[in-house]
Design a protein around this ligand. Structure first.
Ligand code: C2E
Ligand code: MG
Ligand code: MG
Length: 645
């Protein structure tokens, strides 16, 4: 008759089986840790099943041959200790993940191996030694003198884990610390309970609690694993970087940002795009030298290597650059993927994981706009990044304190020989009063999203100027808008409410946008421009000829005026041939009903040339530099007498 209660074991068996099903369902690559987790399940479930069988066979010893009982009990003793060793191995792997010095790891693994092996030998020889258990001649089960040795071994393993943890706790991610703080005490309490109440079989509960703790913290893919590539996700990337920095483990991180990846989704389909990302992820996963790889956002990957030497870092960087210079094969399609590859090395600088991410992101931006898509961290880059960060800081504080000012640059009307309109340009000084060029801070404001507030400040200043200078003989004043404002659905209402507040007639305000703004989505751009034009707000196309030029696109849009960029004019006016090209451009625009303004005219001869070519308006230092609002008012008033048409 059975003197043991199996209820807890049955409950544990169902819990373990359920967890195993969830775990197994997620088809992921078999990392070492995942493999160990499989063993934890296999050994725990087997130990519980064998335990239940043992209870049955022991209680029916009269009818069951003793050798079956012997075998099952030997198997049970081995399985229990092995399951515990697998859990310990998994925990060691977690604790020592961020410790590059693998000596401790080796010692732990050898120690575990010896303990488990010795115990297994003892269990296998038990039918002779009878140290763990034995059977009476009648076949009844009796505990041997070392029956509790398994618990002692488990206790030793727990102590090993704690020792290892205490030695390396500075390198521990917070989640591992949490598990170490909870799991061993729970295991000790449960083991103590088992010792106190030997008739309630409890080992399965200990295993299922351990497996559940590890599973919920480390093995569910939602937590730190990217669902698509099974690499680490952004969270894992951050926590690993922080862990390594906390434990002073120097590392080399390489980030890869894929460019124009949406093209593959559009050309094929999203499944293809996913498969391509999976293929790339698999390649990252195969990188060696102790690296771990991540997909930290949609099309951004990273690999983190332990830092050993500059030569090794260079080797890893080149390996990744080379791979991304070659095509990828996915579903029998060969794909050439453009990628920005950047790296940096952490050797103890006072950075945080956020600083590293910012550096990588800024370097990625730089590599996108620069000539070389592969960018290694250098002191120049560090200085450029510092400058960007500083300017972001200045921008933020200037938005808060409204420190921006505007200057106004008149545009000369060639036919009327007077100044008819002007462009408002923003100005900003650094904390020490040094002017910061608009061409430097506007792109930073655009990237950091600060341009929005800045543009509304300019709009307000321009409207306020127009409101205060109603009598100024000025046809219109233009403001520059960036992509973000142009795409803002509230653009029209914001402009209208500002014009209303200062009671400005709508025709007085013009908006300058570049071709970059319209190149994104022509249909949308057209709709926005038409809507605003119907409300009397006209558009100028700024910087024509800076690279995005496309006549057919421009012709479709309701621009009032096309501003030819300074770079186009200075380049073209150098030779007679180029002059003819500018003439053709101007007449092409005229024939389509646009006015043409020439920007950046600095000399009398440039002015003569573009006037002869038929330019309607001229903007440039030759006629007038951008001026403070008061100086501008005086300038316009004093030149209004020149009107000759
Ligand atoms: P932009 O809109 O093409 O403005 C004309 C730029 O050319 C101005 O530079 C102006 O000072 C400069 N310029 C005018 N005449 C001459 C000349 O004869 N020679 C030379 N070398 N330059 C001349 P600025 O003020 O530094 O502005 C640079 C760019 O920054 C602007 O180019 C515009 O794209 C952007 N920007 C300026 N203010 C704003 C603003 O309020 N909002 C936005 N989104 N962008 C702005
Ligand atoms: Mg402009
Ligand atoms: Mg321009």
């Amino acid at each position: 008759m059975s003197k043991w209660s199996l209820l807890a074991e049955f409950l544990a068996l169902s819990m373990l089986s359920l967890m195993f099903l969830y775990f197994h369902e997620k088809r992921q690559p078999l990392s070492f840790r995942r493999r160990v987790f499989y063993w934890i399940f296999a050994l725990s479930i087997s130990s519980v099943v064998v335990n239940i069988l043992c209870v049955y066979t022991i209680s029916h010893y009269a009818v069951i041959p003793t050798w079956i009982n012997q075998c099952l009990n030997v198997a049970y003793f081995i399985l229990v200790v092995s399951a515990c060793s697998a859990i310990t191995l998994y925990t060691f792997d977690l604790i020592l993940e961020h410790v590059y010095q693998k000596r401790c790891y080796k010692i732990a693994v050898i120690g575990l191996g010896i303990l488990t092996g010795a115990y297994a030998c003892l269990a296998l020889t038990n039918p002779v030694s009878k140290l763990l258990f034995f059977f009476t001649p009648e076949g009844e089960y009796v505990r041997g003198p070392l029956n509790r040795l398994g618990y002692a071994i488990m206790a030793i393993e727990v102590l090993m884990v704690l020792g290892c943890y205490l030695r390396n706790r500075s390198a521990m991610p917070p989640k591992v610390v949490r598990v170490i703080h909870t799991l061993p005490p729970i295991a000790v309490i449960l083991a103590g309970f088992q010792l106190l109440y030997p008739e309630i079989l409890f080992n399965g509960v200990i295993f299922s609690v351990a497996a559940f703790t590890l599973y919920s913290n480390f093995q569910t893919c939602q937590i730190e694993e990217d669902y698509l590539t099974h690499l680490g996700n952004r969270k894992a990337f951050f926590s690993d970087l922080s862990g390594k920095m906390r434990s002073k483990q120097h590392f080399h991180v390489i980030s890869v940002s894929l460019r124009q990846f949406g093209m593959f989704n559009e050309k094929y389909d999203h499944d293809f795009g996913d498969n391509l990302l999976f293929t790339i992820g698999k390649w990252f996963d195969s990188l060696s030298d102790g690296s771990r790889s991540y997909r930290y956002s949609g099309v951004c990957f990273a690999a983190v290597f332990p830092y050993s030497s500059e030569a090794d870092s260079e080797k890893h960087f080149q390996e990744i650059c080379q791979r991304f210079s070659m095509p990828w094969s996915c579903q029998n399609v060969s794909c050439n993927i453009c990628a920005s590859v950047c790296d940096l090395t952490w050797t103890g600088q006072s950075w945080t994981s956020n600083t590293i991410m910012q550096y990588l992101e800024l370097m990625t931006e730089m590599s996108k706009t620069g000539a070389d898509p592969f960018l290694r961290f250098s002191s120049d880059i560090a200085a450029a990044i510092e400058r960007t960060r500083h300017l972001e800081d200045v921008l933020r504080s200037s938005i808060r304190d409204r420190r921006f000012t505007i200057v106004l640059q008149p545009l000369y009307h060639c036919a009327r020989k007077t100044f008819c309109c002007a462009e408002a340009l923003i100005r900003l000084n650094d904390y020490d009063g040094t002017p910061i060029p608009a061409g430097e801070f506007i792109p930073i404001a655009e990237k950091s999203g600060l341009i929005d507030e800045i543009s509304w400040i300019v709009l307000e200043k321009v409207c306020s100027f127009l409101g205060e200078n109603r009598d100024l003989p000025l046809e219109s004043l233009s403001i520059n808008l960036s992509m973000q404002q142009f795409q803002d659905p509230s653009l029209l209402s914001r402009i209208e409410s500002c014009l209303q507040r200062f009671q400005i007639p709508k025709g007085k305000l013009k908006i300058e946008i570049t071709e970059r703004v319209i190149s994104q989505d022509l249909g949308y751009a057209k709709a926005v421009m038409e809507r605003l034009s119907q409300h009397g707000i006209g558009f100028y196309l700024d910087d024509f000829g800076t690279g995005y030029s496309n006549f057919s696109v421009v012709m479709q849009l309701p621009f009032e005026c096309i501003k030819l960029d300074r770079s186009l004019l200075t380049q073209l006016i150098d030779s007679q041939n180029n002059v003819e090209i500018v003439r053709d451009i101007i007449s092409l625009f005229h024939n389509s009903g646009f006015r043409v303004a020439c920007e950046g005219i600095e000399t009398a001869s440039q002015s003569d040339i573009v006037t002869n070519l038929g330019a309607d308006l001229i903007q440039g230092f030759y006629y007038a530099r951008p001026m403070e609002p008061e100086a501008f008012s005086r300038f316009i008033q004093s030149h209004s007498g020149q009107h000759s048409s």
